[in-house]
Design a protein around this ligand. Structure first.
Ligand code: F0G
Length: 458
Protein backbone atom coordinates (compact mmCIF):
# COMPACT_ATOMS: atom_id res chain seq x y z
CA UNK A 1 0.00 0.00 0.00
CA UNK A 2 1.22 3.47 -0.88
CA UNK A 3 2.41 5.43 2.17
CA UNK A 4 1.50 9.09 2.55
CA UNK A 5 3.87 11.56 4.20
CA UNK A 6 2.29 13.80 6.83
CA UNK A 7 1.85 17.48 5.80
CA UNK A 8 4.29 19.50 7.94
CA UNK A 9 1.88 22.46 8.15
CA UNK A 10 -1.69 23.28 9.10
CA UNK A 11 -4.16 25.23 6.99
CA UNK A 12 -4.90 28.89 7.80
CA UNK A 13 -6.88 30.04 4.75
CA UNK A 14 -9.01 27.94 2.40
CA UNK A 15 -10.18 28.34 -1.16
CA UNK A 16 -13.34 26.69 -2.48
CA UNK A 17 -12.85 24.01 -5.14
CA UNK A 18 -15.30 24.14 -8.09
CA UNK A 19 -17.40 21.00 -8.54
CA UNK A 20 -18.96 20.45 -11.97
CA UNK A 21 -21.13 17.89 -13.74
CA UNK A 22 -20.00 15.69 -16.62
CA UNK A 23 -22.44 17.44 -18.97
CA UNK A 24 -21.04 20.86 -18.03
CA UNK A 25 -17.47 19.66 -18.53
CA UNK A 26 -18.34 18.35 -21.99
CA UNK A 27 -19.50 21.82 -22.92
CA UNK A 28 -16.53 23.62 -21.30
CA UNK A 29 -13.90 21.50 -23.01
CA UNK A 30 -15.60 21.61 -26.41
CA UNK A 31 -15.84 25.41 -26.19
CA UNK A 32 -12.12 25.47 -25.28
CA UNK A 33 -11.25 23.61 -28.50
CA UNK A 34 -10.13 20.60 -26.39
CA UNK A 35 -7.23 22.69 -25.13
CA UNK A 36 -7.02 22.90 -21.32
CA UNK A 37 -5.05 26.17 -21.56
CA UNK A 38 -8.26 27.73 -22.86
CA UNK A 39 -10.44 26.58 -19.95
CA UNK A 40 -11.51 29.03 -17.25
CA UNK A 41 -9.93 28.10 -13.90
CA UNK A 42 -13.40 28.06 -12.34
CA UNK A 43 -14.31 25.02 -14.42
CA UNK A 44 -11.42 22.96 -12.97
CA UNK A 45 -11.79 20.77 -9.88
CA UNK A 46 -8.17 19.64 -9.33
CA UNK A 47 -5.65 21.82 -11.14
CA UNK A 48 -2.49 19.90 -11.98
CA UNK A 49 -1.72 22.03 -15.04
CA UNK A 50 1.46 23.29 -13.45
CA UNK A 51 3.45 23.53 -10.25
CA UNK A 52 4.61 26.96 -11.43
CA UNK A 53 3.37 29.99 -9.53
CA UNK A 54 0.64 27.87 -7.95
CA UNK A 55 2.20 27.30 -4.51
CA UNK A 56 0.53 28.30 -1.28
CA UNK A 57 2.64 30.89 0.52
CA UNK A 58 3.31 30.56 4.24
CA UNK A 59 2.15 32.97 6.94
CA UNK A 60 5.80 34.06 7.17
CA UNK A 61 5.83 34.96 3.46
CA UNK A 62 2.52 36.82 3.68
CA UNK A 63 3.83 38.76 6.67
CA UNK A 64 6.90 39.62 4.59
CA UNK A 65 4.67 41.04 1.84
CA UNK A 66 3.54 43.72 4.32
CA UNK A 67 7.18 44.59 4.88
CA UNK A 68 7.74 45.42 1.22
CA UNK A 69 9.60 48.71 0.88
CA UNK A 70 8.31 49.89 -2.49
CA UNK A 71 11.13 52.26 -3.30
CA UNK A 72 12.44 52.18 -6.86
CA UNK A 73 16.12 51.61 -6.11
CA UNK A 74 17.88 49.93 -3.23
CA UNK A 75 14.88 48.46 -1.43
CA UNK A 76 15.72 46.55 1.77
CA UNK A 77 13.87 43.57 0.32
CA UNK A 78 16.41 43.40 -2.51
CA UNK A 79 19.23 43.29 0.03
CA UNK A 80 17.48 40.50 1.91
CA UNK A 81 17.11 38.55 -1.33
CA UNK A 82 20.77 39.22 -2.12
CA UNK A 83 21.83 37.76 1.24
CA UNK A 84 19.71 34.64 0.61
CA UNK A 85 21.04 34.17 -2.95
CA UNK A 86 24.61 34.49 -1.65
CA UNK A 87 23.90 32.05 1.18
CA UNK A 88 22.18 29.31 -0.85
CA UNK A 89 23.79 29.61 -4.29
CA UNK A 90 27.08 31.31 -3.50
CA UNK A 91 26.59 33.96 -6.21
CA UNK A 92 27.46 37.63 -5.67
CA UNK A 93 26.11 38.88 -8.99
CA UNK A 94 22.42 38.38 -9.71
CA UNK A 95 19.31 40.24 -10.78
CA UNK A 96 15.65 39.49 -10.05
CA UNK A 97 13.39 38.99 -13.07
CA UNK A 98 9.63 38.76 -13.35
CA UNK A 99 9.80 34.98 -13.93
CA UNK A 100 12.03 32.30 -15.47
CA UNK A 101 11.52 33.30 -19.09
CA UNK A 102 12.34 36.89 -18.15
CA UNK A 103 15.76 35.62 -17.06
CA UNK A 104 16.07 33.53 -20.25
CA UNK A 105 15.09 36.44 -22.43
CA UNK A 106 17.71 38.72 -20.86
CA UNK A 107 20.45 36.06 -20.87
CA UNK A 108 19.93 34.89 -24.45
CA UNK A 109 19.45 38.46 -25.58
CA UNK A 110 23.03 39.02 -24.49
CA UNK A 111 24.85 35.77 -25.31
CA UNK A 112 22.94 34.11 -28.14
CA UNK A 113 23.98 35.77 -31.38
CA UNK A 114 22.36 34.13 -34.44
CA UNK A 115 23.82 30.83 -35.60
CA UNK A 116 24.91 29.54 -32.19
CA UNK A 117 24.09 26.18 -30.65
CA UNK A 118 22.90 25.92 -27.06
CA UNK A 119 22.78 22.39 -25.64
CA UNK A 120 20.87 21.36 -22.53
CA UNK A 121 20.05 18.02 -20.94
CA UNK A 122 16.51 18.94 -22.11
CA UNK A 123 15.27 22.44 -22.82
CA UNK A 124 11.89 23.40 -21.48
CA UNK A 125 9.52 24.87 -24.08
CA UNK A 126 10.09 28.55 -23.20
CA UNK A 127 13.87 28.11 -23.06
CA UNK A 128 13.88 26.43 -26.47
CA UNK A 129 11.60 29.13 -27.89
CA UNK A 130 13.73 31.95 -26.48
CA UNK A 131 16.83 30.42 -28.09
CA UNK A 132 15.19 29.65 -31.44
CA UNK A 133 13.54 33.08 -31.62
CA UNK A 134 17.07 34.53 -31.85
CA UNK A 135 18.08 32.28 -34.75
CA UNK A 136 19.95 29.73 -32.67
CA UNK A 137 19.69 25.98 -32.35
CA UNK A 138 18.50 24.48 -29.06
CA UNK A 139 19.73 20.89 -28.61
CA UNK A 140 18.56 18.24 -26.14
CA UNK A 141 21.28 15.81 -25.02
CA UNK A 142 19.68 13.78 -22.24
CA UNK A 143 21.04 10.27 -21.58
CA UNK A 144 19.15 7.53 -23.51
CA UNK A 145 17.66 6.15 -20.27
CA UNK A 146 15.84 9.49 -19.87
CA UNK A 147 13.65 8.60 -22.84
CA UNK A 148 12.71 5.12 -21.60
CA UNK A 149 9.59 5.47 -19.41
CA UNK A 150 10.12 2.21 -17.51
CA UNK A 151 13.88 2.42 -17.01
CA UNK A 152 14.39 2.95 -13.25
CA UNK A 153 17.74 4.75 -13.57
CA UNK A 154 17.94 7.04 -10.49
CA UNK A 155 19.14 10.09 -12.46
CA UNK A 156 17.29 9.97 -15.75
CA UNK A 157 17.70 13.72 -16.16
CA UNK A 158 21.46 13.45 -16.71
CA UNK A 159 23.36 15.00 -19.59
CA UNK A 160 24.83 12.64 -22.18
CA UNK A 161 28.42 13.77 -21.75
CA UNK A 162 29.86 11.81 -24.68
CA UNK A 163 27.27 13.40 -26.99
CA UNK A 164 28.05 16.83 -25.57
CA UNK A 165 31.78 16.37 -26.18
CA UNK A 166 31.12 15.25 -29.75
CA UNK A 167 28.80 18.19 -30.35
CA UNK A 168 31.35 20.74 -29.13
CA UNK A 169 34.09 19.18 -31.28
CA UNK A 170 31.89 19.12 -34.38
CA UNK A 171 30.29 22.54 -33.92
CA UNK A 172 33.38 24.39 -32.71
CA UNK A 173 33.86 25.93 -29.27
CA UNK A 174 33.21 29.42 -30.67
CA UNK A 175 29.67 28.39 -31.65
CA UNK A 176 28.63 27.16 -28.21
CA UNK A 177 28.23 30.28 -26.03
CA UNK A 178 27.08 28.28 -23.03
CA UNK A 179 25.73 24.89 -21.95
CA UNK A 180 22.63 24.57 -19.79
CA UNK A 181 21.59 21.90 -17.31
CA UNK A 182 17.94 21.81 -16.27
CA UNK A 183 17.44 20.52 -12.75
CA UNK A 184 15.23 18.65 -12.35
CA UNK A 185 14.79 17.76 -16.01
CA UNK A 186 11.15 18.76 -16.40
CA UNK A 187 10.47 17.68 -19.98
CA UNK A 188 11.53 14.04 -19.46
CA UNK A 189 9.51 13.57 -16.28
CA UNK A 190 10.89 15.86 -13.57
CA UNK A 191 13.89 13.55 -13.37
CA UNK A 192 16.89 14.58 -11.28
CA UNK A 193 20.48 15.12 -12.41
CA UNK A 194 23.24 13.62 -10.27
CA UNK A 195 26.05 15.61 -8.69
CA UNK A 196 28.52 13.36 -10.51
CA UNK A 197 26.97 14.30 -13.85
CA UNK A 198 27.15 18.02 -13.09
CA UNK A 199 30.76 17.66 -11.95
CA UNK A 200 31.67 15.77 -15.15
CA UNK A 201 29.87 18.27 -17.37
CA UNK A 202 31.76 21.10 -15.72
CA UNK A 203 35.06 19.19 -16.11
CA UNK A 204 34.36 18.74 -19.82
CA UNK A 205 33.48 22.42 -20.36
CA UNK A 206 36.23 24.03 -18.27
CA UNK A 207 39.16 23.46 -20.70
CA UNK A 208 37.03 24.84 -23.55
CA UNK A 209 36.12 27.91 -21.49
CA UNK A 210 32.39 27.30 -22.11
CA UNK A 211 30.27 28.47 -19.17
CA UNK A 212 27.82 26.09 -17.48
CA UNK A 213 24.44 27.62 -16.65
CA UNK A 214 21.92 25.83 -14.47
CA UNK A 215 18.20 26.15 -15.16
CA UNK A 216 17.48 26.02 -11.45
CA UNK A 217 13.71 26.19 -11.03
CA UNK A 218 13.44 22.87 -9.22
CA UNK A 219 16.94 22.77 -7.73
CA UNK A 220 15.74 22.05 -4.15
CA UNK A 221 13.83 18.95 -5.29
CA UNK A 222 16.84 17.90 -7.34
CA UNK A 223 19.19 18.33 -4.36
CA UNK A 224 16.78 16.39 -2.13
CA UNK A 225 16.77 13.54 -4.67
CA UNK A 226 20.60 13.62 -4.72
CA UNK A 227 20.52 13.23 -0.95
CA UNK A 228 18.12 10.29 -1.25
CA UNK A 229 19.61 8.52 -4.28
CA UNK A 230 23.29 9.35 -4.79
CA UNK A 231 26.04 7.62 -2.90
CA UNK A 232 27.90 9.83 -0.47
CA UNK A 233 25.14 12.40 0.07
CA UNK A 234 22.90 10.71 2.68
CA UNK A 235 24.42 12.61 5.59
CA UNK A 236 24.67 15.99 3.88
CA UNK A 237 21.99 18.65 4.27
CA UNK A 238 20.06 19.60 1.14
CA UNK A 239 21.45 23.10 1.52
CA UNK A 240 25.05 21.82 1.62
CA UNK A 241 24.28 19.78 -1.51
CA UNK A 242 22.93 22.92 -3.21
CA UNK A 243 26.07 24.84 -2.27
CA UNK A 244 28.26 22.13 -3.80
CA UNK A 245 26.12 21.88 -6.94
CA UNK A 246 26.13 25.62 -7.66
CA UNK A 247 29.87 25.80 -7.05
CA UNK A 248 30.20 23.99 -10.43
CA UNK A 249 28.04 26.59 -12.18
CA UNK A 250 29.12 29.79 -13.90
CA UNK A 251 25.59 31.13 -13.80
CA UNK A 252 21.96 30.19 -13.45
CA UNK A 253 18.45 31.16 -14.46
CA UNK A 254 15.60 30.37 -12.13
CA UNK A 255 11.87 30.53 -12.24
CA UNK A 256 11.23 31.15 -8.53
CA UNK A 257 7.61 30.16 -9.21
CA UNK A 258 8.70 26.60 -8.45
CA UNK A 259 11.26 26.11 -5.67
CA UNK A 260 11.09 29.78 -4.70
CA UNK A 261 7.56 29.07 -3.41
CA UNK A 262 6.18 32.31 -4.86
CA UNK A 263 3.42 33.09 -7.32
CA UNK A 264 5.68 35.27 -9.45
CA UNK A 265 9.43 35.91 -9.67
CA UNK A 266 12.73 34.77 -11.13
CA UNK A 267 16.49 35.11 -10.86
CA UNK A 268 19.47 35.41 -13.20
CA UNK A 269 23.02 35.09 -11.87
CA UNK A 270 26.53 35.00 -13.28
CA UNK A 271 30.08 35.03 -11.96
CA UNK A 272 31.39 36.98 -14.97
CA UNK A 273 31.63 40.75 -14.25
CA UNK A 274 31.54 41.77 -17.94
CA UNK A 275 28.51 39.57 -18.66
CA UNK A 276 26.84 40.92 -15.53
CA UNK A 277 27.19 44.46 -16.82
CA UNK A 278 25.52 43.49 -20.12
CA UNK A 279 22.77 41.67 -18.22
CA UNK A 280 22.04 44.70 -16.07
CA UNK A 281 21.84 46.97 -19.12
CA UNK A 282 19.52 44.60 -20.91
CA UNK A 283 17.42 44.10 -17.78
CA UNK A 284 16.78 47.83 -17.55
CA UNK A 285 15.39 47.78 -21.10
CA UNK A 286 12.98 44.90 -20.61
CA UNK A 287 12.39 43.99 -16.96
CA UNK A 288 13.30 46.93 -14.75
CA UNK A 289 16.03 48.45 -12.58
CA UNK A 290 18.46 45.80 -11.22
CA UNK A 291 17.22 46.04 -7.63
CA UNK A 292 13.66 45.07 -8.55
CA UNK A 293 13.76 43.43 -12.00
CA UNK A 294 10.09 43.59 -12.92
CA UNK A 295 8.70 42.76 -9.49
CA UNK A 296 7.09 44.63 -6.64
CA UNK A 297 9.51 44.76 -3.72
CA UNK A 298 7.04 42.82 -1.59
CA UNK A 299 7.46 40.02 -4.14
CA UNK A 300 11.23 40.08 -3.57
CA UNK A 301 10.60 39.62 0.14
CA UNK A 302 8.25 36.69 -0.47
CA UNK A 303 10.90 35.16 -2.75
CA UNK A 304 13.70 35.58 -0.20
CA UNK A 305 11.58 33.82 2.42
CA UNK A 306 10.28 31.19 0.01
CA UNK A 307 13.76 30.21 -1.15
CA UNK A 308 14.66 29.45 2.47
CA UNK A 309 11.45 27.55 3.20
CA UNK A 310 11.93 25.30 0.16
CA UNK A 311 15.12 23.92 1.72
CA UNK A 312 13.31 22.78 4.88
CA UNK A 313 13.84 19.03 4.78
CA UNK A 314 10.52 18.21 6.47
CA UNK A 315 8.86 20.15 3.68
CA UNK A 316 10.89 18.39 0.97
CA UNK A 317 10.19 14.96 2.44
CA UNK A 318 6.46 15.70 2.31
CA UNK A 319 6.69 17.36 -1.10
CA UNK A 320 8.55 14.61 -2.93
CA UNK A 321 6.66 12.04 -0.82
CA UNK A 322 3.36 13.38 -2.15
CA UNK A 323 4.51 12.86 -5.74
CA UNK A 324 5.70 9.34 -4.90
CA UNK A 325 2.38 8.55 -3.17
CA UNK A 326 0.34 9.46 -6.24
CA UNK A 327 2.74 7.48 -8.44
CA UNK A 328 2.44 4.40 -6.22
CA UNK A 329 -1.35 4.57 -6.13
CA UNK A 330 -1.39 4.70 -9.93
CA UNK A 331 1.07 1.79 -10.25
CA UNK A 332 -1.14 -0.24 -7.89
CA UNK A 333 -3.98 0.31 -10.38
CA UNK A 334 -1.74 -0.83 -13.25
CA UNK A 335 -1.58 2.64 -14.85
CA UNK A 336 1.54 3.17 -17.01
CA UNK A 337 3.63 6.06 -15.69
CA UNK A 338 7.21 7.26 -16.02
CA UNK A 339 9.27 5.47 -13.39
CA UNK A 340 10.71 6.28 -10.97
CA UNK A 341 8.60 9.39 -10.25
CA UNK A 342 10.57 12.63 -10.14
CA UNK A 343 10.28 15.67 -7.94
CA UNK A 344 7.27 17.73 -8.92
CA UNK A 345 4.90 15.65 -10.99
CA UNK A 346 3.69 12.24 -12.02
CA UNK A 347 3.87 11.65 -15.76
CA UNK A 348 1.43 9.27 -17.42
CA UNK A 349 2.84 7.38 -20.39
CA UNK A 350 0.16 8.00 -23.02
CA UNK A 351 1.70 5.68 -25.61
CA UNK A 352 1.15 2.71 -23.30
CA UNK A 353 -2.07 4.10 -21.81
CA UNK A 354 -3.73 4.54 -25.22
CA UNK A 355 -1.93 2.17 -27.62
CA UNK A 356 -4.89 2.33 -30.04
CA UNK A 357 -4.16 5.99 -30.89
CA UNK A 358 -1.40 6.86 -33.42
CA UNK A 359 0.85 9.84 -32.60
CA UNK A 360 -0.85 11.83 -35.36
CA UNK A 361 -4.01 11.77 -33.18
CA UNK A 362 -2.16 13.22 -30.16
CA UNK A 363 -2.63 10.44 -27.58
CA UNK A 364 -1.30 12.53 -24.68
CA UNK A 365 -3.62 15.42 -25.50
CA UNK A 366 -6.51 12.95 -25.88
CA UNK A 367 -5.71 11.60 -22.40
CA UNK A 368 -5.63 15.13 -20.95
CA UNK A 369 -9.13 15.68 -22.35
CA UNK A 370 -10.32 12.32 -20.96
CA UNK A 371 -9.10 13.19 -17.43
CA UNK A 372 -10.89 16.52 -17.55
CA UNK A 373 -14.12 14.92 -18.74
CA UNK A 374 -13.96 12.13 -16.16
CA UNK A 375 -13.18 14.21 -13.09
CA UNK A 376 -12.49 17.87 -13.79
CA UNK A 377 -8.75 17.20 -13.47
CA UNK A 378 -6.57 19.54 -15.49
CA UNK A 379 -3.24 17.99 -16.54
CA UNK A 380 -0.93 19.05 -19.35
CA UNK A 381 0.33 17.40 -22.49
CA UNK A 382 4.08 17.02 -22.98
CA UNK A 383 4.17 15.28 -26.32
CA UNK A 384 3.41 15.89 -29.95
CA UNK A 385 1.35 19.04 -29.47
CA UNK A 386 4.16 20.70 -27.54
CA UNK A 387 7.20 19.32 -29.32
CA UNK A 388 6.40 17.90 -32.80
CA UNK A 389 8.44 19.62 -35.50
CA UNK A 390 7.60 20.09 -39.13
CA UNK A 391 10.43 19.59 -41.61
CA UNK A 392 10.47 22.83 -43.62
CA UNK A 393 11.79 21.06 -46.74
CA UNK A 394 9.61 17.94 -46.85
CA UNK A 395 6.59 19.14 -44.85
CA UNK A 396 6.87 15.92 -42.87
CA UNK A 397 6.07 15.98 -39.13
CA UNK A 398 8.62 14.56 -36.66
CA UNK A 399 7.00 13.46 -33.43
CA UNK A 400 8.90 13.41 -30.11
CA UNK A 401 9.95 10.10 -28.54
CA UNK A 402 7.60 10.51 -25.59
CA UNK A 403 3.87 11.18 -25.33
CA UNK A 404 3.43 12.18 -21.70
CA UNK A 405 0.68 13.65 -19.58
CA UNK A 406 2.05 15.62 -16.67
CA UNK A 407 0.17 15.79 -13.39
CA UNK A 408 2.13 18.64 -11.82
CA UNK A 409 1.41 18.98 -8.13
CA UNK A 410 1.30 22.55 -6.77
CA UNK A 411 3.36 22.98 -3.61
CA UNK A 412 1.52 22.93 -0.24
CA UNK A 413 -1.91 23.13 -1.92
CA UNK A 414 -3.61 19.73 -2.12
CA UNK A 415 -4.07 17.08 0.57
CA UNK A 416 -4.06 13.29 0.57
CA UNK A 417 -7.78 13.03 -0.19
CA UNK A 418 -7.33 15.15 -3.31
CA UNK A 419 -4.59 12.79 -4.50
CA UNK A 420 -6.80 9.79 -3.72
CA UNK A 421 -9.58 11.31 -5.82
CA UNK A 422 -7.16 11.86 -8.73
CA UNK A 423 -5.85 8.29 -8.49
CA UNK A 424 -9.41 6.93 -8.52
CA UNK A 425 -10.47 8.99 -11.55
CA UNK A 426 -7.37 7.96 -13.52
CA UNK A 427 -7.84 4.30 -12.63
CA UNK A 428 -11.41 4.56 -13.96
CA UNK A 429 -10.28 6.19 -17.21
CA UNK A 430 -7.65 3.46 -17.55
CA UNK A 431 -10.24 0.72 -17.10
CA UNK A 432 -12.30 2.30 -19.91
CA UNK A 433 -9.37 3.43 -22.07
CA UNK A 434 -10.69 1.85 -25.28
CA UNK A 435 -13.36 4.55 -25.36
CA UNK A 436 -10.87 7.45 -25.43
CA UNK A 437 -10.93 9.10 -28.86
CA UNK A 438 -8.07 10.81 -30.70
CA UNK A 439 -7.88 14.47 -31.68
CA UNK A 440 -7.39 16.38 -34.90
CA UNK A 441 -5.56 19.74 -34.87
CA UNK A 442 -7.69 22.48 -36.45
CA UNK A 443 -5.77 25.65 -35.46
CA UNK A 444 -2.13 26.31 -34.58
CA UNK A 445 0.43 29.10 -34.17
CA UNK A 446 3.99 28.67 -35.49
CA UNK A 447 5.68 28.84 -32.05
CA UNK A 448 4.57 27.48 -28.64
CA UNK A 449 1.42 26.25 -30.34
CA UNK A 450 0.21 24.20 -27.36
CA UNK A 451 -0.97 27.36 -25.59
CA UNK A 452 -3.50 28.33 -28.28
CA UNK A 453 -4.07 25.25 -30.46
CA UNK A 454 -7.63 24.05 -31.05
CA UNK A 455 -8.75 20.51 -31.76
CA UNK A 456 -11.74 18.42 -32.79
CA UNK A 457 -12.48 14.87 -31.71
CA UNK A 458 -11.73 12.25 -34.35
N1 F0G B 1 12.68 26.24 -17.17
C1 F0G B 1 11.96 25.18 -16.80
C2 F0G B 1 12.63 23.86 -16.60
C3 F0G B 1 10.58 25.31 -16.58
O1 F0G B 1 9.89 24.25 -16.19
C4 F0G B 1 9.98 26.57 -16.77
C5 F0G B 1 8.55 26.76 -16.58
C6 F0G B 1 10.78 27.65 -17.16
C7 F0G B 1 12.13 27.44 -17.35
C8 F0G B 1 10.21 29.03 -17.39
O2 F0G B 1 9.83 29.64 -16.21
O3 F0G B 1 7.34 29.92 -16.36
O4 F0G B 1 8.70 31.25 -14.73
O5 F0G B 1 8.83 31.71 -17.15
N2 F0G B 1 7.77 25.82 -16.43
C9 F0G B 1 6.37 25.88 -16.15
C10 F0G B 1 5.82 24.49 -16.15
C11 F0G B 1 5.59 26.82 -16.99
O6 F0G B 1 4.59 24.34 -16.10
O7 F0G B 1 6.61 23.53 -16.15
P1 F0G B 1 8.60 30.68 -16.11
Amino acid sequence: MAQYTFEPFKIKAVETIPLTTHAARERFIRDAGYNIFLLAGETVTIDFLTDSGTSAMSDHQWAGMMEGDECYAGSRNFFHLQAVVRDIFGFERFVPTHQGRGAEQVLFGVVAHPGKVIPNNTHFDTTRANIEARGNTALDLVIPEGLEPTNRHPFKGNMNIAALRQLIEQTGVENVPLVMMTITNNAVGGQPVSMANIRETKALLAPYGIPLFIDACRYAENCYLIQQREEGYRDKSVKAIARELFAYADGFTMSAKKDGLVNIGGLLATRDPALFEQIQNRLILTEGFPTYGGLARRDLEAMARGLEEALDENYLTYRVGQVRYLAERLLEAGVPIVEPPGGHAVFLDAKRFLPHLPQSQFPAQALVVALYLAGGIRAVEIGGVMFAQKDAATGETHYPALELVRLAIPRRVYTQSHLDYVAEVIARVYAERQQVRGLRLVYEQPRLRHFTARFEMV
